[in-house]
Design a binder for this molecule. Structure first.
Ligand code: PMP
Length: 279
């Protein structure tokens, strides 16, 4: 198993990181996770675009081009012989002595590794239970940063309550999941939070919205109050790792139950058709 450190492939067992990396002591960095199907990354162009946008929002330089980055990542997939799985890649602001004030002189450190993806069959077919709790994150959730404590803490809270995902309530409105975006369905119309500073604009979210519109579903991107959950026909989450997972129950600040409905199933099937196929 290999990893990438800057522009080199290194055996994982020999890989080291620098003690003075800002990513290590400030979480000063950004990342992406892309999914690999039959050896091919899905929507890599969108992931690279979002990484570039996260870098710009954080005044962080790119150490080399997207083309070089893609070549490196594809090389890693080949070397690790990944057919189906996930590729994680990140950029930190680089190595310099600890000081809140960054100098703009450090060179961002690029690292990447691959890992297996979880088995999704049961989740996608039967759905998940989600835990509604307060959104305790900062106000720049649109940036995919390494700083994930708000997400990490609510994920644990949801698991401790027997749920697979936390759904977040900011001032009475639903933003998204701890590592996913949320959609509601009512009378065949899809509802989801708009891509503002309060959510991460998921790649799966973007792909799904385009797909739904192509098949003449109406998509409303507006914030909705938490109690709307009680009146929805269907609900589901989206993310690179789970794709589309129906919600069967909401617990915590509010209770609601859903069937795995026809719109969710239809979109799951249409989404599967977009995924890279084997030869
Ligand atoms: N929101 C948050 C907070 C996330 O961490 C993620 C990704 N893990 C998503 C949404 C879904 O984004 P994507 O579809 O790009 O995986």
């Amino acid at each position: 198993d290999y990893i990438i450190y800057n522009q080199e492939l290194v055996p994982r067992s020999e890989a080291t990181i620098q003690f003075d990396d800002r990513g290590y002591y400030f979480g000063d960095g950004i990342y992406e996770v892309a999914k690999i199907y039959e050896g091919k990354p899905f929507a890599m162009d969108l992931h690279l675009k979002r990484l570039r946008s996260s870098a710009e929002k954080l005044d962080m330089a790119f150490p080399f081009s997207e083309t070089t980055m893609t070549e490196l990542l594809l090389h890693l997939l080949q070397k690790n012989n990944v057919k189906n799985g996930l590729i994680y890649f990140q950029l930190t602001r680089g190595v310099e002595p600890r000081n809140h004030l960054y100098t703009r002189k450090s060179i961002p450190v690029f690292t990447a590794f691959t890992q297996p993806s979880q088995d999704l069959k049961d989740m996608q077919k039967n759905g998940i239970d989600v835990w509604l709790t307060d959104d305790i994150r900062w106000l720049r959730c649109d940036i995919k940063t390494l700083n994930l404590l708000g997400n990490v803490m609510v994920k644990r809270e949801s698991a401790d309550n027997g749920c697979q995902e936390a759904i977040l309530n900011r001032d009475g409105f639903i933003t998204e999941g701890s590592s996913s975006n949320l959609f509601l369905v009512k009378d065949k119309v899809l509802y989801t939070h708009p891509a503002t500073n309060l959510i991460l604009n998921g790649i799966t979210r973007q792909v799904l919205i385009n797909l739904a519109k192509k098949y003449d579903y109406k998509v409303v991107e507006e914030p909705f109050p938490v109690d709307v959950l009680e009146h929805a026909d269907e609900a589901f989450i989206t993310s690179t790792s789970v794709e589309i997972a129906p919600i069967k129950s909401v617990r915590g600040q509010l209770s609601a139950n859903f069937e795995v409905g026809p719109v969710t199933k239809d979109l799951q099937n249409k989404f599967k058709e977009l995924l890279p196929k084997g030869e």
